[in-house]
Design a protein around this ligand. Structure first.
Ligand SMILES: NC(=O)c1ccc[n+]([C@@H]2O[C@H](COP(=O)([O-])OP(=O)(O)OC[C@H]3O[C@@H](n4cnc5c(N)ncnc54)[C@H](OP(=O)(O)O)[C@@H]3O)[C@@H](O)[C@H]2O)c1
Length: 337
């Protein structure tokens, strides 16, 4: 029997944006517990280019063992095309969005016309947002939510021995660094929703945008270092993170917390604990139940998805080149004909 094909963006080797190849690929079939989704839009995220690049930034033992050709991507919004025999409550034609199988990956992923999605990873797309907005939400919004509100699972944390416990935000002062980016612009809105006073740190071009989504204060990091001027913060969510994230400890109140979203390279957590600070992090995981809850907030406009730019799926390479330029405001999304 001939195998059905589809268009997909595949890697045949690791490398720069030029290794993303738009080509024919076998169309996947849903396994038990899965549906087949015809993609309308695909959200792109940093793990897509970490994988494209062979996870060169990660310790060797963390690098993925993959078989080429490989499709990348996790975030999708589309329409159910087929349903496995054991799946109940979902039908062909339902509009859904998902972060698919993250942090694991398999033979079906999001940069494609069709992707198989475990039912546990998806939620119905909120009718109040279009597919581009819905595809922009899953990973970044789940990251903000799982860091700031509810982790949503009991899996061991590969990034630290103790579990991550979000702190209540009502009445707290929260600083979000990298506030205009995918995770950052959702973190600003989630912190506001939960009753925090929010300080957004980004380059100056994003000030009006960030005030428009609820930031109470804005700091242009190109004009001065936030850690030199800000004091009395309860919580810093540093979406940039990395080796220098400890510079934000000086902005914290006694007993305050620092959450580096990208923790690799930071070695000061023990010293920070001796000074009475909490440094804590988690790794985002697929969670359809949380997406359903967040979908209600997207539907009524409580949380907005900002779209930096869109590219056709066939132009995934250009989308990755845009991402590499930096200064992203919201999300980059691929559209699928
Ligand atoms: N732990 C997890 O599970 C998890 C999940 C998702 C993402 N992440 C990580 O989180 C990080 C952010 O992801 P993202 O999707 O939000 O990235 P993104 O969309 O590329 O956003 C990065 C933002 O940072 C801003 N920025 C750059 N340099 C800055 C600086 N020095 N100070 C303040 N802001 C600066 C950029 O704009 P401007 O420079 O113009 O302000 C941009 O808006 C990535 O490293 C990603 O790997 C981790």
């Amino acid at each position: 029997m001939p195998i059905d094909t589809m268009k997909a963006v595949r890697l045949h080797a690791f490398g720069g944006p030029e290794v993303l190849r738009y080509e024919d690929a076998p169309r996947p079939e849903p396994k038990p517990g899965e549906v087949l989704v015809r993609a309308h839009a695909v959200g792109i995220n940093p793990p897509d280019w970490y994988l494209r690049d062979g996870y060169r930034k990660l310790p060797p033992e963390w690098r993925p063992q993959v078989t080429f050709p490989l499709i990348v991507g996790s975030d999708v919004s589309g329409v159910i095309e087929a349903v496995a025999g054991d799946v109940q409550g979902l039908r062909v034609g339902d509009e859904v969005f998902a972060m698919v199988r993250f942090p694991s990956y398999g033979d079906s992923a999001a940069y494609a016309e069709y992707v198989t999605v475990p039912v546990a990873d998806l939620a119905l797309k909120p009718p109040g947002v279009d597919h581009v907005q819905a595809a922009g939400a899953p990973m970044s919004l789940l990251t903000a939510w799982q860091f700031l509100v509810e982790v949503g699972h009991d899996e061991p944390n590969p990034l630290q021995p103790q579990p991550h416990h979000p702190v209540p935000l009502q009445g707290k002062t929260v600083l979000v660094n990298g506030a205009a980016g995918g995770v950052g612009h959702f973190a600003v809105q989630v912190a506001k929703l939960k009753g925090a006073h929010v300080i957004a740190v980004a380059s100056g071009e994003h000030e009006a945008f960030l005030r428009g989504i609820g930031a109470d204060e804005f700091i242009d990091y190109t004009k001065g270092k936030p850690e030199d001027t800000v004091r009395g913060v309860d919580l810093v969510l540093d979406t940039l993170g990395g080796p220098t994230t400890g510079r934000f400890l000086s902005t914290l109140k006694p007993g305050g917390a620092l959450y580096p979203v990208f923790p690799l390279g930071f070695t000061g957590a023990e010293d920070a604990a001796k000074q009475g600070f909490t440094v804590s992090m988690t790794q985002v995981r697929s969670n359809g139940a949380q997406l359903a809850e967040l979908g209600r907030l997207l539907d009524d406009g409580t949380i907005r998805v900002a779209v930096d730019s869109t590219f056709a799926l066939a132009d995934a390479r250009k989308a990755h080149e845009r991402a590499a330029e930096g200064h992203i405001e919201g999300k980059i999304v691929l559209t699928v004909e």
